[in-house]
Design a protein around this ligand. Structure first.
Ligand SMILES: N[C@@H](CCC(=O)N[C@@H](CS)C(=O)NCC(=O)O)C(=O)O
Length: 341
């Protein structure tokens, strides 16, 4: 079974400290096509797992920017097998557009014998069936800044030039201590390593909370890429990071500011409508057998709270800046009832 970062062993558990591997295929799809991959409607397919926080960034961006028709979507089974991500949710177990059973086949078409792990998110060139990029740090920034010609009318500017320094600074801390910190805590193989990572998660969250008490979003009164990146970790927090990854100083639902912040995002079109709690819970608990050998999936937490009022609109701000919220989810991309609150 594939390990979560391609480095931690197939059950996310090994003797070495957890270290996230660098994305291997870092070609960029750009407006000018300088890497050989020009932005083009209908040419590429985004492959995700709804379980994966890194892939879920792209799910949210794609919805907020209205790229659903331009960039098609393949959703992998949340449970990998020994060949990694597979399309067992689709008829006959094949992705209907790429015609493949495993995402690894697109990696093979790009480079035979590629030694790294097969990871999501991945963007595949539909005409050739070859992987273009699995650079999860870059993909969403390029959707925001390079795919602008294909954005919907009213798409927000998720990475505004005037705020980039601040966005980058916030995201760097969030990445180190929160996005990746929960993985370092969860896959730690020693007490000290675990304690340092776990303490870092909560230190960073407590540092961010006063900012979010004053303003609706991380970098002011309008949504940015920074909110997307914090959201994808926070939405998983009580369901998998608190128990399975032992980040359990407190539950998100016990923290008034952060719980209201994440519910606000969840209830914003483009965020919560991409989330499948069933995929999230089954993936983490059944795939990381090194830290959950019984593969038992917990029944809780109760999801009803996600839809309760958050009152964050009282802080003011304009969630979409000069833009507007995205429209409804495409019927063929709706999250099944099993994964929703
Ligand atoms: N591509 C990145 C990040 C994306 C990532 O870790 N995705 C996970 C799912 S949450 C994955 O696909 N893991 C499978 C593997 O690496 O074998 C990496 O290799 O660290």
């Amino acid at each position: 079974m594939s390990g979560d970062a391609g480095t931690a062993g197939n059950s996310g558990y090994g003797r070495k400290p957890f270290k996230r591997s660098k994305s291997h295929f870092a070609d960029r799809i750009t407006a000018d096509g300088r890497d050989g991959w020009p932005v083009e409607s209908g040419r590429y397919r985004l492959v995700v797992s709804r379980a994966c926080p890194w892939a879920s960034r792209a799910l949210v961006s794609r919805r907020l920017l209205g790229l659903e028709d331009a960039l098609s979507l393949a959703v992998a089974d949340p449970i990998q097998d020994d060949r990694s991500w597979r399309f067992t949710l689709d008829p006959d177990g094949h992705d209907p557009v790429l015609g493949i059973r495993y995402l690894g086949e697109a990696y093979d078409r790009r480079e035979t014998g590629y030694p790294g792990g097969v990871s999501v998110p991945a963007i595949v060139d539909v005409p050739t069936g070859a992987l273009v990029t699995n650079d999860y740090q870059r993909i969403t920034l390029d959707l925001a800044t390079e795919w602008t010609a294909l954005h919907r009318p009213g798409a927000p500017d998720l990475y505004p030039e005037a705020r980039r320094d601040e966005i980058d600074e916030v995201m760097a801390g969030v990445y180190e201590d929160v996005n990746n910190g929960v993985y370092r805590a969860g896959f730690a193989t020693g007490q000290e390593e675990y304690e340092a990572a776990c303490a870092g998660v909560f230190r960073r969250l407590e540092e961010l909370a006063p900012r979010l008490e004053r303003q609706r979003y991380l970098v002011g009164g309008t949504l940015t890429e920074a909110d997307i990146r914090l959201f994808t970790t926070l939405v998983r927090f009580d369901a998998v990071y608190h128990g399975h990854f032992k980040c359990n100083r407190w539950k998100l639902a016990e923290h008034p500011v952060l719980w209201a912040y994440v519910r606000d995002l969840f209830q914003t079109p483009g965020f919560g409508d991409t989330v499948d709690f069933d995929h999230i819970k089954r993936h983490y608990h059944q795939v990381h057998t090194g830290i959950n050998p019984t593969a038992i999936v917990p029944l809780g937490p109760d999801l009803a709270g996600w839809l309760t009022p958050h009152h964050r609109e009282e802080l003011g701000g304009r969630p979409f800046g000069d833009g507007t919220p995205p429209g409804p989810v495409r019927a063929d991309e709706e999250v099944p009832a099993s994964g929703r609150p």
